[in-house]
Write a protein that binds this ligand. Structure first.
Ligand code: AMP
Length: 282
């Protein structure tokens, strides 16, 4: 496994690989790796002779300083897991000033309205931070394909939009959500849950399943939303939002149209840990 911290050195190594005609897959992460992250890495390994994995807790996408400070960091363990997955991986551990070329700040992006709802509405500046760092990482790595989880579905759509708008020659590959046995979506933040909240957290998945069942039975989005809010009011979790939106434009749905796919999106607090999840309803 080769590990790089400077953009210039990484870029040279990747260029050498590309010169021999190899395609490069890229998996950006914030570390504290779990099987969801590794699924992205394995997919890239299947599809490309060269895979780059980055680990970088990007300060510009956090709207909450405590969340940034307490974000789990397990670099040694992450490197061990990656080495076990494939010895030929290229690992990029950016230094913030080198990646950002000086001031570590988010740039404003036009997200085509995709940021108006859900994470964009509740975490101010979050997607500018995400788009800025992913754009910088793409410039550093110059991959052919990049792998993103549907766990962060709105992020995935925003990255696809950024790549189209900036005309970057990169194919964005979505990967389905990996869950624990009890349905809880895998997340680095799950490590911070108390035992009590870890037991309560699969309620998020159960309510998405309930929403899907109701959608199949012909209930309207507003009826489903009302029901889910009611269920949360009787749970130990605190619902921040439950939204139903179409997968393409992420516009909140008034009704379900035949030719479109819709997802339910949840953000909820389990104690003081904020969790997100989503599921296709129709
Ligand atoms: P993160 O380290 O949380 O920034 O995540 C890095 C990448 O892994 C993102 O593309 C996430 O969407 C993806 N990811 C995180 N958790 C999961 C999961 N449970 N299933 C699938 N992909 C995931």
């Amino acid at each position: 496994m080769r590990v790089f911290t400077l953009k210039k050195n990484l870029n040279e190594a990747v260029k050498t690989e590309k010169k021999s005609g190899k395609t490069v897959g890229f998996v950006p992460t914030m570390g504290a790796l779990h099987d969801g992250h590794l699924a992205l890495v394995k997919k890239s390994l299947q599809e490309n002779p060269v895979t780059v994995v980055s680990i970088f807790v990007n300060p510009t996408q956090f709207d909450n300083p405590e969340d940034l400070e307490k974000y789990p960091r397990f670099l040694e363990r992450d490197l061990h897991l990656l080495e076990k997955t494939d010895k030929n991986l290229i690992i990029y551990l950016p230094l913030a000033e080198d990646l950002y070329e000086g001031s570590v700040r988010a740039k404003p992006y036009d997200h085509g309205g995709l940021d108006r709802v859900m994470e964009g509405a509740f975490r101010k500046g979050h997607f500018d931070g995400v788009a800025t760092v992913v754009h910088l990482l793409f410039n550093a790595v110059q991959p052919d394909k990049a792998y993103f989880g549907e766990k962060d579905f709105q992020q995935l759509r925003i990255i696809q939009h950024m790549v189209d708008k900036e005309k970057l020659p990169i194919e964005i590959r979505p990967i389905p959500i990996y869950r624990e046995k009890d349905g809880l979506a895998m997340s680095s933040r799950n490590l911070r849950l108390t035992d009590e909240m870890r037991q309560a957290a699969p309620f998020i998945y159960k309510s998405l399943m309930k929403a899907r069942e109701m959608a199949e039975q012909g209930f309207t989005p507003s009826e489903i939303k009302q029901k889910i809010r009611e269920l949360f009011s009787r749970s130990p979790l605190e619902l921040e939002y439950f939204e139903i939106a179409d997968e393409k434009k992420l516009k909140p749905a008034g009704d379900f149209k035949e030719n479109k796919h819709y997802r339910g999106f949840i953000a909820a607090y389990a104690g003081n840990i904020r969790l997100i999840d989503n599921m296709r309803l129709k």
